[in-house]
Design a protein around this ligand. Structure first.
Ligand code: ATP
Ligand code: MG
Length: 278
């Protein structure tokens, strides 16, 4: 049965309550267990999706007329890096760019918050994946009071307008929120402490964000509710189970690319008459 990505989409104007979305659930997938048979089916499906995305990306690049922006947001250890690795496995690295948005630098802070983001939007034929994004400016910035409420509260409208402008100018936008539970985050952070090869990922500051979990959930709920539009929809991905997360995000990327009705550019008019000299 086909995977209906609409089941994960935030309807424009709806009010998101994240406590109603079970991070362990697997909507649109046949089984929600972690047994070997199901894992094998999921692995096989992911391989197929990888191949489909690879072919669609090549078409996007060859056609060179459309632009695709994928926005990825999650709590720390939410799986942004793993998702990027698994969903775009096999895709020609020349056609995908993945800017990450960290704490703003001085020159970035000296300008409006969309300036650094706008500089990285996709060009014709490109897929760009934002690893964090302008949404940090209504998430961490809001939770930590980095700018006064009068300023951040106006940003939802700016963001909707900015994304609408990008869409009007030919960019297809999809926004992905990887939803993990607080318990799952604890396990993943613990693994970063316990496993030597994961130690490098551990960041004490992640514990500060964890201690404000409820504030972050509220900020995410507001962002998801206020900025999911027809042209730039949010998808909420239950992300405790990595195998499901990879399939769900791949389905969204694949189905969105497939909906673009792309075509290879016409062949050179003389192509049938050309023979390659020895
Ligand atoms: P990883 O930890 O997996 O390497 P990451 O995306 O968490 O990836 P970090 O360098 O650990 O990367 O974290 C980036 C930090 O920058 C996050 O804490 C994020 O909230 C913060 N950040 C991003 N954008 C802004 C912003 N506009 N204002 C303030 N902080 C921001
Ligand atoms: Mg981090």
């Amino acid at each position: 049965m086909a995977f209906d990505i609409d089941a994960l989409r935030v309807r424009p104007g709806s009010k998101v309550d994240l406590s109603e979305v079970d991070p362990k659930s697997t909507p649109e997938w046949k089984a929600d267990d972690d047994k070997a048979a199901n894992r094998a089916a999921a692995d096989a499906r992911l391989l197929e999706l990888n191949e489909e995305i690879e072919a669609l990306q090549e078409l996007l690049y060859a056609e060179g007329k459309q632009r695709v922006l994928v926005v990825l947001q999650a709590m720390d250890a939410g799986g942004k890096d793993g998702t990027i690795r698994k969903v775009f496995e096999g895709v020609n690295p020349q056609g995908v760019k993945i800017p990450s948005f960290k704490k703003p630098t001085k020159p970035e802070l000296a300008r409006d918050y969309l300036w650094r983001v706008h500089a990285h939007v996709p060009a014709d034929g490109e897929i760009v994946v934002f690893n964090r994004s302008h949404y940090e400016d209504v998430l961490v910035v809001r939770v930590l009071d980095l700018v006064p409420k009068e300023r951040w509260s106006k940003r939802y409208d700016h963001i909707v307008d900015f994304e609408e402008m990008l869409a009007d100018e030919g960019t297809t936008i999809i926004k992905i929120f990887l939803h993990i539970s607080k318990d799952e985050q604890k396990e993943r952070l613990q693994a970063r402490l316990d496993e030597p090869e994961k130690n490098w990922k551990f960041e004490p500051a992640d514990l500060d964000a964890r201690s404000m979990w409820d504030d972050y959930m509220e900020a995410f709920e507001d962002a998801l509710s206020k900025t999911s539009t027809k042209q730039a929809p949010w998808y909420i991905i239950p992300a405790n189970r990595k195998w499901y997360r990879n399939i769900a995000v791949s389905e969204i990327v694949k189905q969105t690319l497939a909906s673009l009705q792309m075509e290879f550019p016409p062949a050179h008019p003389d192509i049938l008459n050309i023979s390659i000299p020895d």
